[in-house]
Write a protein of this length. Structure first.
Lengths: 350, 280
């Protein structure tokens, strides 16, 4: 006989959700908190209902812990890198700009088949991807898709995708997509001392700056959204966190909202002008500065699901060589070992 | 004599026990030619004899509960090569796999079973509901819901809501990391209730790519870990809960069984096991 449980417990000792019904970290709804309900380990009965595991027969057998499938922290990523290399996609954006939704959209496409000419080859973070995808699913009981917010206390996490680009025999790419609360990035562009803690910026193989399309579509938010991206880019360059080897991608999210507006052409013109200014002011200081637009889930259906994300993913899994112009290296050449560089392909790093 | 331990993976109601019942009848009865035949009737076959009774009566084979999990052994030899082997299969409850995914741990014995000689039989069923549907998938219907002021019954996230194909990929991914032995394994994907697909012109591999695309991609892209074959299996021969049961009862029991795979012109349920065993 099993007793159904109600998952109102939290693994954080300071959280009194069981008493107050409120999450100490402010998660609403409660299910979006990664610590909520963790103490109660769920099993299943024949009807698929949740049961208490304690009611299941205890075999007395030694039990071995398996990988948790949650987003990876820095130590876990380091452990992964000792096994194989990975491409780091650092996704920077304000709160609600669509960072996690972008990641979930890629996952959702792979659940349906090959995507962007790529095949799914595995993920160390399937549980995390499933948890983040829940509010976009019918099972959540919602009528409109949503994505749980990433909380500040979660710190820096990475979602992992292993992908074969171009077919079964193609080489495997491992992508590590960063996820961190947008509030931290807002703070960082106001206070550059915080940047030293944001290790994902220097580590990025692609630095993705999200321009929130929902804010762009709102006249009152429009200028602020543009400035947030520009200021972030400038702060990262000025602090030396990105430079001549950095590939920066500015992505306008939720473009379906912009495309539906009567003043669409004026907004697109403003965006174009903004892009030109970024190129004029910063492109020379970077290896690459490119502009993209995506719509992860257009509720009207006018744009296909994961609109624009296929091109982005195809770019992420395309290997790039890091080319640093020789002029940048010359002052560093002091020894015979340094001079070896001059006898290679003119400073072209593999 | 080789002892091969073929492991079985499958969620509840995926056809694991029914397959074992049909296999046991097939090997015992000798009603139709098969590549594998029973070598010796020795050992404890109580579980197999229990489940095969229901199968022979064209009744639903009782599901294995966690408390009733057993390992069965069958002494066989291959007709063509004369190769003898003891095949052991764990008849695990589907709930055991769900429990493993929910608690993220497993018994040490489970790991040992995968580290021995043998392949993997992974069960899915063609008689399955759609899972993992998104709100966008049903947007036109949901718009009507909203206009009429109705709401949907939903629940907070839990491991029981993870789509079947994701659960199966996760169970296979576990095998690619310690404490499991890192090596290449043969996997047969057995799509049960294949009688539902008769007349569809859909091959089992095509069905898998269409219905469980994440699992299909995972198998084809991890050829360094898994060498796979996909079979459509009807261990009962049809729906034993409806009108068809009367027709099935009139048939020679072994002739009810259907197994479609890459081998041409064969309906032999032992084909997948022969392929799993031939690398040892």
């Amino acid at each position: 006989m099993s007793v159904p449980i109600v998952q109102v417990r939290c693994s954080k000792s300071e959280c009194e959700v069981a008493l107050t019904g409120s999450c100490v970290e402010g998660h609403d709804p409660l299910g979006s908190c990664p610590f909520f309900g963790i103490e109660a380990v769920a099993g299943f009965d024949d009807n698929g209902d949740i049961d208490v595991i304690d009611d299941l027969p205890q075999t007395g057998d030694e039990r071995i812990v398996l990988p948790q499938g949650e987003p990876l922290n820095v130590e876990e990523v380091d452990q992964f890198l000792r096994w194989r290399g990975a491409t780091f996609i650092t996704i920077i954006g304000e709160r609600d700009s669509g960072k996690t939704t972008l990641i979930c959209a890629i996952y959702d496409r792979f659940l349906r088949g090959p995507f962007a000419g790529c095949l799914f080859a595995g993920s160390r973070t399937l549980v995390g991807l499933e948890r983040r995808s829940h509010y976009a699913r019918i099972d959540s009981g919602r009528l409109h898709p949503d994505t749980p917010r990433t909380s500040i206390s979660e710190g820096l996490r990475f979602f992992h995708f292993a992908i074969r680009n171009g077919g079964i025999d193609a080489s495997r790419s491992d992508l590590m997509l960063s996820d961190r609360a947008g509030e931290i990035y807002s703070l960082a562009r106001s206070n550059s001392s915080i940047l030293d803690d944001l290790v994902e910026i220097e580590k990025a193989d692609r630095l993705v700056l999200l321009l929130d399309g929902a804010r762009i579509a709102e006249p009152v938010e429009h200028a602020g959204a543009l400035q947030a991206v520009r200021q972030s880019l400038r702060a990262f360059i000025d602090a030396g966190k990105i430079g001549k080897a950095s590939r920066v991608q500015v992505i306008t999210t939720k473009v379906d909202l912009i495309k539906r507006l009567a003043e669409r052409s004026a907004i697109e013109e403003s965006l174009l002008s903004f892009q030109h200014r970024l190129v004029a002011d910063f492109a020379e200081q970077l290896a690459e500065l490119s502009f993209w637009e995506v719509a992860a889930r257009d509720p009207s259906g006018e744009l296909c699901a994961a609109h624009g994300i296929d091109e982005l993913l195809a770019d992420w899994v395309t290997p790039r060589s890091y080319f640093i112009p020789l002029a940048e290296l010359t002052p560093l050449i002091k020894s015979e070992f340094d001079r070896l560089l001059l006898r290679t392909r003119m400073g072209s790093f593999p | 004599m080789t002892t091969l331990h073929h492991c079985i993976i499958g969620l509840p109601r995926s056809g694991k026990t029914t397959f074992l019942a049909a296999l046991w009848h097939l090997l015992n009865a000798g009603e139709v030619p098969t590549k594998l035949v029973l070598d010796k009737l020795i050992g404890d076959h109580q579980h197999l004899n229990t489940i095969v009774e229901a199968w022979r009566r064209c009744e639903e084979v009782p599901r294995t509960s966690i408390a009733a999990e057993v390992s069965v052994s069958i002494h066989v030899h291959e007709l063509v090569t004369g190769h003898r082997a003891i095949l052991t299969f764990p008849d695990l409850s589907g709930e055991s796999f769900e429990r493993q995914l929910a608690t993220r741990c497993c018994p040490a014995a489970y790991i040992e079973s995968f580290n021995g000689c043998g392949g993997i039989m992974l069960f899915v069923t063609a008689d399955r509901p759609h899972d993992g549907m998104t709100i966008l998938d049903l947007a036109p219907i949901l718009n009507g819901f909203e206009e009429s002021g109705r709401s949907l019954r939903g629940s907070e996230w839990g491991p029981q809501l993870v789509p079947e194909q994701v659960q199966l990929v996760e169970l296979l991914q576990f095998l690619q990391q310690p404490p499991f032995e890192i090596r290449k394994r043969r996997v047969v994907v057995l799509v049960s209730a294949w009688d539902l697909m008769v007349g569809s012109q859909c091959a089992p591999a095509q069905w898998l790519a269409r219905e469980l695309p994440l699992l299909h991609q995972f198998l084809v892209t991890n050829s360094d870990s898994f060498e796979s074959r996909i079979y459509g299996v009807s261990a009962q021969g049809g729906d034993v809960t409806g009108e068809q049961r009367k027709d099935l009862l009139r048939m020679t029991p072994s002739e009810r069984i259907c197994c479609i795979g890459p081998e041409p012109h064969t309906d032999d349920l032992t084909d997948p096991i022969v392929w799993l065993s031939e690398e040892y």
